[in-house]
Ligand binder design. Structure first.
Ligand code: AMP
Length: 283
């Protein structure tokens, strides 16, 4: 696995692969890699001839400086984690390569970024859209792989790629979970053993609420899901919401394919999760 830290080095490699007729997949990450990230790398390996994993803790998407400071930075162990997976290139630029002095451009996606995590994290999705657009342009990838775990982010990136005519296929990949249902996340490392024991309640509450919605209840039943999450030991529930699976428009009833999304706070971590919910007869 090669490493590039500058855009010219990255482009030199990409040009050589292009000359050889290879297709290219990219997997953007912030490191602290786990099996969720590796599933994206595996999807890219399957779809493209060459796979680039990017590793960049993007300061622009952290609205809380303390959150940026405590975000795990584990390049050496990430490199070891990736070694058996046949990745061609790790692109790990320092901040000054991504945001040189005088950097003044912001990519902002409206609509799908409103509400949910957008309500609570001002500027977060602008930071994501800006860094992802740069990574897509820098790598010139044919395909880019993102997790459904961050469903609102995936929706924003799809919208951005369409709106900017970026010549890249955006591929969404299923959420990888621990056996007890907890979605893998770099933030799970922040949980104490007691908090880790409470954490699967988030997914459990979504699964229960999805059953009630499928049985014809309206979104009033989501208050019970929020109460279950709080009762399990989460200190605050930011949202539990039913949204259209495509454009994330709020829904009152399950009358078309939807996504049930939640965010809640446990200790110093803010955990998010979501699941697909289809009206009866759709599956
Ligand atoms: P991050 O490093 O947290 O920015 O995540 C990088 C990519 O990995 C994003 O596309 C995430 O949606 C994806 N990802 C994170 N956790 C999971 C998971 N548990 N399952 C699948 N993909 C994930």
């Amino acid at each position: 696995m090669l490493t590039a830290r500058t855009v010219p080095d990255l482009r030199r490699l990409v040009r050589a692969w292009r000359r050889a007729g290879s297709s290219i997949g990219v997997v953007p990450t912030m490191g602290a890699l786990h099996a969720g990230h590796l599933s994206l790398a595996a999807a890219s390996r399957k779809r493209a001839d060459r796979t680039i994993v990017t590793l960049f803790v993007n300061p622009k998407q952290f609205n809380d400086p303390a959150d940026l400071d405590r975000y795990p930075r584990t390049e050496e162990s990430d490199r070891e984690t990736l070694a058996p997976y046949g990745i061609d290139l790790l692109f790990a630029p320092p901040p000054e390569v991504m945001y040189p002095a005088g950097f003044a451009t912001n990519i902002s996606v409206s609509g799908v970024t409103e509400g949910l995590c957008g309500a609570d994290r001002p500027g977060h999705f602008d930071g994501v859209a800006t860094v992802v657009s740069k990574l897509l342009i820098q790598t010139g990838a044919d395909f880019a792989f993102f997790g459904e775990k961050d469903y609102q982010q995936l929706a924003a990136i799809r919208r951005m790629a369409r709106d900017l005519d970026l010549p890249v296929g955006i591929v969404g990949c299923p959420t990888v979970r621990d056996p007890d249902g907890l979605a893998l996340s770099s933030r799970n490392a922040l949980l104490s053993p007691e908090e880790r024991a409470c954490a699967p309640a988030l997914h459990r509450a979504l699964v229960m609420a999805a059953g009630r919605l499928r049985n014809g209840e309206d979104t009033a039943c989501l208050a019970a899901a929020a109460a279950e999450i709080a009762a399990a030991g989460f200190s605050a529930v930011d949202y539990v919401e039913l949204r259209d699976a495509e454009d994330l428009a709020p829904m009152q009833r399950l009358d078309r394919p939807a996504r049930l999304l939640a965010a809640a706070r446990l200790g110093s971590a803010r955990l998010i999760d979501n699941i697909a919910v289809e009206p009866a007869g759709c599956d």
